[in-house]
Structures are given as structure tokens and as C-alpha cells.
Ligand binder design. Structure first.
Ligand SMILES: Cc1cc2nc3c(=O)[nH]c(=O)nc-3n(C[C@H](O)[C@H](O)[C@H](O)COP(=O)(O)O)c2cc1C
Length: 211
């Protein structure tokens, strides 16, 4: 049976459930899927495809970026997909970055305050600004698929400096913005993006390890 790894980084925990939903969708194609926090990943060579997900935390989660850089050679022969969770995305009409089409959760982007002139925060929260560091980390490999989705923000789970950053720099209101249909729609396309045949006869299988 073909094996897929869904490896995630998280700060406050909400990306764990996103990773699990992604894994469930992939497993519907008769693939065996392991869900692991990045720091528990041992042997990538055991997998036929790898999904790496993490939240925007003043740039994409540092551990996720480090993971991609560390394994960029492996991703030359094992296909890679990447997902990002975020609370703020400027509506710019961008649908691809570096030539790679990106699945954008349609509920996430917000139009700029003044049409045609982005302020500092809106420029920061552009799709290309978020995703270019990820593509630099995987170079020369291009992910087979990329998606960006709303996340969840709860001030009560954060340290004081994190609260200040999201209140004043991101200006993201707290709340639940995970869009499960969008997440699952993207994930359902991953077996095809990885060019793995559907072998439904095997039955779905998800093995999750969460903190
Ligand atoms: C310190 C901090 C920085 C963040 N930076 C960004 C950001 O730059 N852009 C964005 O859209 N969301 C940002 N967020 C929101 C998170 O990406 C979002 O809440 C995510 O779902 C958190 O995932 P987690 O619960 O797995 O940690 C930030 C949140 C925190 C706490």
C-alpha cells in the first residue's frame, strides 16, 4: 500500500486538526496516511508523498521552513505538497506563485482598504509574500500542490508578545476561520497531484500522532 506522510508545525494547536482532515481525505483513496508533528518525523524515504503544513507566524512557521530546507534533496524524488494556515490575506487576485497554482480558501482574502494602493500590512499579507520563502526553501523542487486556508486565533492561548503582534501588525480578529470544505477539497486532489493510483480496495487508513 502506498504511504503518505502529513507532517505539521503548530504554535497554538489548530493546525493539527487541519492536518488530520487532510489525512482523512487522502486516505479515502486507499492510501495509508501517517500524521506526525514535524519533530517526530524519522524516515521520509518510507513515503510515496509528503504533505507539510504549518501556520503563518510572522512568516511561515520557522520549523516548517527548516524542515523543507533540510529535506529539499529528498523532495527531488518524493512528491511534496504544502499547506499554510493564516488569519490575514490581502485580496490581490494572485492565484499562483512562482508558476505554481495555489488553492486559496475563498473565505480568507480581504480587499485592500484603498483600491489600487496597498498599505504596509496589506503588502505584507500578499499571497506571494507569504509563499515565496517556502518556494525558496524547496528550490529547485516545486511542490506538486499548494493551499492556503483560514486558521484559528485565540488570544487566551498566546503569550503577550504574540497577542501584541497579531493585534497591531496583523490586525487579525480572534476567531475560528478554518474552512473545512475548502481544506478537504484541496486535500482530495492530492493523490492525483502525487500521481498515485487510487486503490480503493485497500480501504482507508489514517495513523495519527498528535501532542
Ligand atoms: C505570533 C503570531 C503571528 C502570526 N502571524 C500571522 C501572519 O503573519 N499572517 C497571518 O495571516 N496570520 C498570522 N497569525 C495567525 C496564525 O497563522 C493562525 O492563528 C493559525 O491558525 C495558528 O495556527 P496554530 O493554532 O496551529 O498555531 C499569527 C499568529 C500568531 C500567534
Amino acid at each position: 500500500m502506498k504511504r503518505i506522510l502529513v507532517a505539521y508545525a503548530t504554535m497554538a494547536g489548530s493546525t493539527v486538526e487541519v492536518a488530520q482532515a487532510v489525512a482523512e481525505e487522502i486516505a479515502k483513496n486507499g492510501l495509508q496516511v501517517d500524521v506526525l508533528p514535524l519533530n517526530e518525523v524519522q524516515d521520509l524515504e518510507a513515503y510515496d508523498g509528503v504533505v507539510v503544513g504549518g501556520p503563518m507566524i510572522m512568516g511561515w512557521h520557522r520549523a516548517a521552513l527548516r524542515f523543507l530546507k533540510k529535506h529539499r534533496e529528498t523532495f527531488q524524488h518524493i512528491p511534496l505538497a504544502v499547506f499554510v494556515t493564516a488569519m490575514s490575506l490581502t485580496q490581490t487576485g494572485e492565484t499562483s506563485v512562482g508558476g505554481i497554482p495555489v488553492y486559496v480558501d475563498e473565505k480568507l482574502p480581504k480587499p485592500p482598504e484603498k483600491e489600487g494602493r496597498l498599505n504596509f500590512r496589506e503588502r505584507y499579507a500578499r499571497l506571494s509574500n507569504y509563499l515565496q520563502p517556502i518556494l525558496r526553501a524547496t528550490r529547485p523542487v516545486k511542490p506538486a500542490s499548494m493551499g492556503i486556508f483560514g486558521g484559528r486565533l485565540e488570544y487566551g492561548r498566546l503569550k503577550w508578545w504574540a497577542v501584541l503582534f497579531v493585534m497591531f501588525i496583523i490586525k487579525a480578529p480572534a476567531g475560528e476561520r478554518r474552512n473545512w470544505p475548502a481544506i478537504r477539497t484541496w486535500a482530495a486532489g492530492l493523490p492525483a497531484a502525487f500521481q498515485l493510483e487510487a486503490t480503493k480496495a485497500d480501504g482507508p487508513s489514517v495513523r495519527a500522532q498528535v501532542p
